[in-house]
Design a protein around this ligand. Structure first.
Ligand code: PSU
Ligand code: MN
Length: 305
């Protein structure tokens, strides 16, 4: 049996058959500075409750996979300086050794599936990094989407990545990439990437029905729902492009590699935009949480079962 530890709120929701939305924790420990990370985590949970679902923030502590964090655990995680960033490869070691660890998209999908949660909201998934033809840096999030049956709501893949290559890999892996309410793939801080999305859906019920249909077909893996950041919160792609190029050059010059690349780039872009990227990041996560809650509600509608 996996070492799952449910918060009272999530346990009650499961017993009552209420819709639940999983949330990741690497965005808290490695994606945003304290105390904005804690505020963001609390606000996003409240957004999900306001939309009629129950939030389940997932993290590793004391040898357990926590499905839902109470206020004290959330505050503890947000302030843990040396929390591990856990992907599929790292989960078992962190649990076996009792470390405090935050789950990436890949690890959160694994834990959500173990807990019977089908929908998960995040900011942006990891993907194929620019220069991956030399570095081989391709996020384990992509492979996870291909094998674990959780619908992931994100604002696309992070714009620091090579988005065309990320789309190609997702296509190869058989992952449905569904733009929500527009034809093009959103680009995290910006609504437009200039790339056409492979699929488009316009309401939560369609997304829920597709999730169920994949299970009926016996297809493993999840769906990526690419939800554009609200127009009033976006930073136009043209404005960000030179800053992203500069941050990547700095990462290369400093020899930043592997797990450290994404946190380094997010932190540099935060500094280079005077904090504007963080404001946009919080807005897009909240927007994704609200859509994920509506999908979770649609999934628990009786006619879909
Ligand atoms: N979304 C955000 N900020 C983040 C992340 C997502 O808005 O920091 C995290 C997720 O946990 C994702 C990880 O899985 O970034 C990607 O890391 P990597 O590129 O090393 O796979
Ligand atoms: Mn990587």
């Amino acid at each position: 049996m996996p070492p799952l530890s449910f918060s009272p709120e999530v346990q009650a929701a499961q017993s009552a058959g209420q819709p639940i939305v999983a949330l990741e924790s690497t965005i808290i420990t490695h994606g945003m500075p304290y105390p904005q990370n804690l505020q963001m985590a609390q606000t996003v949970e409240d957004d999900i409750r306001a939309a009629g679902a129950v939030p389940a923030t997932i993290a590793i502590m004391d040898g357990n996979i926590h499905i839902g964090l109470d206020a004290a655990n959330l505050a503890r995680l947000a302030q843990t300086q040396d929390a591990l960033k856990l992907s599929r490869a790292d989960l078992a070691v962190a649990l076996a050794t009792g470390r405090v660890g935050a789950t990436t998209v890949a690890a959160t999908m694994i834990c959500a599936a173990l807990a019977g949660i089908e929908v998960f909201a995040t900011g942006g998934i990891g993907g194929v990094h620019r220069g991956a033809e030399h570095s081989f840096d391709i996020s384990a999030d992509l492979q996870e989407l291909a094998q674990t049956r959780v619908t992931v709501v994100a604002a696309g893949a992070k714009a620091i990545l090579d988005l065309p290559k990320t789309l190609e890999v997702l296509e190869t892996l058989g992952v449905p990439v569904i733009a929500y309410g527009q034809d093009s793939l959103p680009a995290f801080w910006s609504r437009e990437s200039g790339l056409k999305a492979p699929l488009r859906l316009d309401n939560p019920a369609q997304i829920a029905a597709s999730h169920r249909m994949r299970a009926r077909l016996g297809l493993p893996g999840g769906q990526l729902v690419a939800n554009p950041i609200p127009a009033e919160a976006e930073i136009p792609a043209e404005k960000l492009a030179p800053l992203i190029t500069r941050a990547i050059a700095e990462a290369d010059a400093q020899g930043i590699a592997a797990k450290d690349v994404t946190p380094f780039l997010l932190q540099r872009i935060y500094a280079l935009t005077d904090g504007a990227s963080l404001v946009a990041n919080i807005a897009l996560v909240r927007n994704n949480a609200r859509l994920a809650a509506r999908i979770a509600c649609a999934l628990s509608a009786p006619h879909l079962v």
